[in-house]
Design a protein around this ligand. Structure first.
Ligand code: GTP
Ligand code: MG
Length: 697
């Protein structure tokens, strides 16, 4: 394979809301530049970057996938990232491997909730970026309306460098405002194009838009501004350099027009990626911690090795594959590097470039390259590998906490035996999944960032690891607390021949504000309970509080004051006081108006205005409380808090209300009391599950 110097490499992530066309765009680029022999399609399940069975089945991207194409003297490494909210964290990790991003926006829907989320992630890593308005061939697509929505959300720095020729079924190419030419594509998906003069009908608009673009470029550079004011125009070189600089400094975000599916506009976009996004060398440097101090790493082939593991793939056959971005220096196959994050050495095996799942041997990797290596021993996603003796650690990659749990039941004994190894493998690849045992029911719980996420994990368990499990309904993490005060005695006395058991405590219980968990206060004076037994009382309560008296859920937000008791010279013991305390806890809780708390989520719904009434009505029915409304362009944003238990089936409902034009995100907010009539149901359920017995003492 041809060797590309770092200044000839571009590393770009394709990011955007779910279904905006990232994978289709990657397919078009790979085909147009000869990396594939045919135009692959998401709907045919044959794309290079959606190769996992779970992706092909569902026609969505679940994992970021690396691919590349060679365009003239340049090599462009593309990371096709997932846009669906459950998997957006993986797009965030991919941003750590690239020097720029293309943000895709659906030309019919405009900016959606996922667009905003990827934008936040881009802001965090401060990457240069451009916009691609995609799907311009679709009915109701509009470049100008979508641009308006982009400007409303992200500011007037989003500036078109193209205008479309034709729209909807007539979309056939673009007018390039920079090079002042028209590029029209064949309508047969071949990607063949002709360069022509700007069509007469678009000349006036193109001239106006070009002037606006040149003004924006000049605005960001004093010298160019002077020249522009003087001459009323800028030379081609000045436009190029000025625009490139403004993109690099995130002062401008060029906007492109495209239909990935019809293969129109992908090549003109590739030109933009190569000409306007920075090479690894142009990026200059990145932040890092060097010997414990904040510092920067210079991006150069001649510096010592610094590389980031931004993703791990795990396969039952090939084992573990680590994907690396080399930021500085060179990486040789079979060399020993230092895993700075884990403070130990790591020996590498062979190196290869990835074209989707295909592995192409790489002789060496260097500054700017994205490579993979198999079977690293200690290294996991987010680790920095550096030359031995260098103490450079790149910032860690952030992963979200899971927000939903389901109980799973292995279908057979054999499945049960295999699950532990399989779950280990899955977590290695996807650090946002958790496998845990519920301490109360000893059921195995699987937690992830959404129902789809969890369903995909169970698919993986079955298809890749041959573990068949049944997914039970999701578990809501209820908690119990008290609303009133109580004052009770807990007494444990047993006399069965020989030495007896005796413990006796008096406690008061009172509620604490939400989020304060638990406080134990010792107010024993005058030795009614000897000091050495007091820790046993506390322990007894700590153990007992794991299960509330209503439905057996953990208890929170209350205080226990131990203020009196009695003991027996011979029969009192640690265990007797623990039991007495546990009895006292249950009594106290029963008498202090116990109640059940439920997790409440912050929910943000994005949808066109027309659907607002229906969405609000629906959220109302889910016990939602409206927190605010915003308008951005033709999009309305509803912010509400809604109990998690009511949100489990919101997604299909929203899709059906809005015909797929609405989107939403949710995250945990706080705990709140469950209304009384619903508490009865939770209690009945707990009795059925054997979590509590109705007459339990
Ligand atoms: N009409 C039209 N359909 C498109 C275009 N681009 C993509 N699609 C369709 O939109 C759907 C989603 O396309 P994908 O390429 O999978 O979108 P994505 O952004 O990769 O989606 P995720 O990875 O799941 O976030 C598929 O059915 C595509 O065929 C386009 O330019 N025009
Ligand atoms: Mg995709």
């Amino acid at each position: 394979m041809k060797d590309y110097a770092p200044d000839k490499i571009r590393n770009v992530a394709l990011v955007g809301h779910g279904s905006s066309g990232k994978t289709s765009l990657a397919s078009a680029l790979l085909f147009d530049f000869g990396a594939t022999g045919r135009l692959t399609k998401v709907d045919k399940g044959n794309t290079i970057t959606d190769y996992e069975p779970e992706e092909i089945d569902r026609k969505i991207s679940i994992n970021s996938a690396v691919c590349f194409f060679e365009a003239g003297s340049h090599r462009v490494n593309c990371i096709d990232t997932p846009g669906y909210s459950n998997f957006l964290w993986d797009a965030g990790a991919a941003l750590r491997a690239v020097d720029g991003a293309a943000v895709l926006v659906d030309g019919v829907s405009g900016v959606e909730v996922g667009t905003e989320k990827v934008w936040e992630m881009l802001e965090e890593v401060q990457l240069p970026r451009l916009f691609v308005i995609n799907k311009l061939d679709r009915e109701n697509a509009s470049f100008s309306r979508t641009l308006e929505s982009i400007v409303q959300f992200f500011g007037r720095q989003a500036v078109p460098v193209q205008i479309p020729i034709g729209e909807e079924k007539d979309f056939s190419g673009v007018v390039d405002l920079i090079k002042q030419r028209a590029v029209t594509f064949e309508r047969d998906e071949s990607g063949k194009f002709r360069e022509e003069d700007i069509p007469a009908g678009l000349k006036a608009e193109a001239a106006k838009k070009r002037e606006a673009l040149i003004e924006m470029i000049a605005e960001n550079d004093e010298k160019l501004m002077e020249k522009y004011l003087d001459k009323g125009e800028l030379g081609p070189e000045e436009v190029h350099i000025g625009l490139k600089k403004a993109v690099f400094n995130r002062q401008l975000y060029p906007v492109y027009a495209c239909s990935a599916l019809a293969n129109i506009g992908a090549q003109t976009l590739a030109e933009g990626i190569i000409e306007l996004l920075p090479s690894p060398l142009e990026r200059g440097s990145i932040k890092a911690t060097i010997s414990g101090q904040p510092g920067t790493v210079k991006l150069s082939v001649d510096e010592p090795l610094v590389a980031l593991v931004f993703k791990t793939l795990s396969d039952p056959y090939t084992g573990r594959i680590s994907l690396l971005r080399v930021y500085s220096g060179k990486l040789n196959p079979d060399s020993v590097t230092s895993n700075v994050t884990k403070e130990t050495d790591e020996k590498l095996g062979g190196l290869f470039f990835l074209q989707g799942k295909e592995q192409l041997p790489a002789g060496q990797a260097k500054c700017g390259d994205i490579v993979a290596t198999a079977k690293l021993k200690v290294t996991s996603t987010g680790d920095t590998l550096a030359a031995k003796g260098t103490e450079v650690a790149l910032p860690a990659i952030k992963f979200p906490e899971p927000s939903i749990s389901f109980a799973i039941e292995p279908k057979s004994r054999a499945d049960e035996d295999r699950i532990s190894q399989a779950s280990h493998r899955i977590v290695e690849e996807d650090p946002t999944v958790r496998f845990e045992r519920d301490p109360d029911t000893s059921q195995l719980l699987i937690s992830g960032s959404g129902e789809l996420h969890v369903r995909i994990i169970t698919d993986k368990l079955k298809k890749r690891y041959n573990v068949d499990v049944e997914l039970k309904p999701p578990k809501i993490s209820y908690k119990e607390t008290v609303k009133g005060r109580s004052d009770v005695q807990g007494r444990h006395k047993k006399q069965t021949g020989g030495r007896g058991q005796f413990g006796d405590v008096w406690i008061k219980m009172e509620p604490l504000p939400r989020g304060q968990d638990f406080v134990f206060e010792d107010k024993i004076f005058g030795g009614s309970i000897p000091r050495n037994f007091i820790p046993s009382v506390e322990k007894g309560i700590l153990e007992a509080r794991k299960k509330g008296v209503l439905a057996g859920y953990p208890t929170v937000d209350f205080k226990v004051i131990l203020y009196d008791g009695s003991y027996h010279e011979v029969d009192s013991s640690d265990i007797a006081f623990k039991i007495a305390a546990s009895k006292a806890f249950k009594l106290a809780m029963r008498e202090a108006k116990p109640t059940i708390l439920e997790p409440v989520m912050n929910v943000e719904v994005y949808a066109p205005e027309a659907y607002m009434g229906d969405i609000m009505g629906n959220l109302n029915g889910r016990r939602g409380k409206l927190q605010g409304m915003e308008q951005k362009g033709n999009m309305r944003i509803i912010k509400a808090t809604v109990p998690m238990a009511e949100m489990l089936d919101f997604e299909p409902t929203l899709t059906s209300i809005t015909g797929g034009r609405g989107s939403f995100l949710m995250e945990f907010s706080h705990y709140e009391e469950v209304p009384a009539h619903l508490q009865q149901k939770i209690i009945a359920e707990a009795v059925k599950e054997g979590r509590v017995r109705p007459e339990e003492e």
